[in-house]
Write a new protein. Structure first.
Length: 298
């Protein structure tokens, strides 16, 4: 019964793997709910910022704020790539890396120098493996990103853009649409492009009537924009962080569910194989007993 013992050993091994994948699926499901809550909670503030900037923006005021500077050509660009610290999430990180490489190739094809900033061990490890220089690497942002994390990531790039050493800043992240739909996305966060009224309505919840508002601005539109523009950029990065965190948990839950289902199929196949081997051995033993009895009686 050596073959049967070998099959039983394989069954136990796959069952242990199934326990791990099922546990990870349950943990990812629990984390996904909290991550989705953070995504939903971040949307009203982002929408309010977009509405306020769209209302305050004026081409004459734009000349006073470096973050609104619209360079004619992009000579040096910053790319912020958001990946995860852990794997076992299917093609989640591979899709983000592919999107980042496509963006870098396009920018360099247009003659721009690319400064790469990466969040997550998976992205850092890949680009170091291919020999790509990394301007900054962050592995201390977990699955519960905070506004302070976004400020820390983008403050240096905002200063560089204001000083003119960067002409554009892009963020590559996973947009969370649902647990099964997390497409890799590229957003240009600098220079700040003031949203139009139609764009603000598209990001809201339902159509809004066109209304003309009169504002009393204190102390002034300039002072308000000076505070709002950096907050708008930081909020764009924060939303990218929370959406990527939610997308990671959704991808991990799906991957672990598929792994658990595959383990069930493998176990069922091994059990059928074990039963066939056991039946063949029993049949052989019965045949040997009957043959021996016939030999003794003859």
């Amino acid at each position: 019964m050596a073959k049967g013992r070998e099959i039983k050993g394989r069954i136990r091994s796959v069952e242990n793997t199934r326990k791990i994948t099922r546990t990870m699926e349950m943990v990812a499901t629990s984390k996904l709910k909290r991550a989705m809550d953070r995504v939903v909670a971040a949307r009203p503030y982002a929408l309010a910022l977009r509405e306020m900037i769209a209302s305050l923006y004026d081409p004459e005021l734009a000349e006073q704020f470096p973050l609104l500077r619209q360079p004619k050509t992009v000579r040096r660009a910053g790319v912020l790539l958001l990946t995860s610290n852990r794997g076992l999430a299917g093609a989640f990180n591979a899709n983000l890396l592919r999107e980042a490489r496509t963006l870098i190739t396009r920018l360099e094809g247009d003659g721009a120098q690319v400064e790469l900033h990466i969040v997550g061990r998976k992205g850092i490890g890949f680009f170091r493996y291919v020999g790509r220089a990394v301007a900054s690497a962050h592995t201390d942002i977990g699955d519960r990103p905070a506004v302070a994390d976004a400020a820390r990531l983008v403050s240096g790039m905002m200063d560089a853009f204001a000083a003119g050493t960067l002409d554009a800043v892009y963020v590559v992240y996973a947009r969370f649409q649902s647990a099964l739909s997390t497409p890799p996305t590229v957003d240009r966060i600098l220079p700040v492009t003031p949203p139009t009224a139609s764009a603000v309505a598209a990001h809201g919840t339902g159509a809004r009537p066109e209304r003309q508002h009169d504002y009393i601005l204190l102390p002034s539109a300039e002072a308000i924009l000076e505070e709002l523009l950096p907050a708008y950029v930081r909020n764009s990065v924060y939303r990218a962080l929370v959406e990527t965190a939610a997308a990671e948990q959704g991808a991990r839950r799906t991957a672990m569910k598929n792994a658990t289902d595959n383990a069930n199929e493998v176990i069922n196949g091994l059990r059928r194989q074990y039963n066939r081997a056991r039946q063949a051995q029993i049949t052989q033993e019965i045949a040997e007993i009957v043959g021996g009895a016939a030999a003794l009686s003859g």
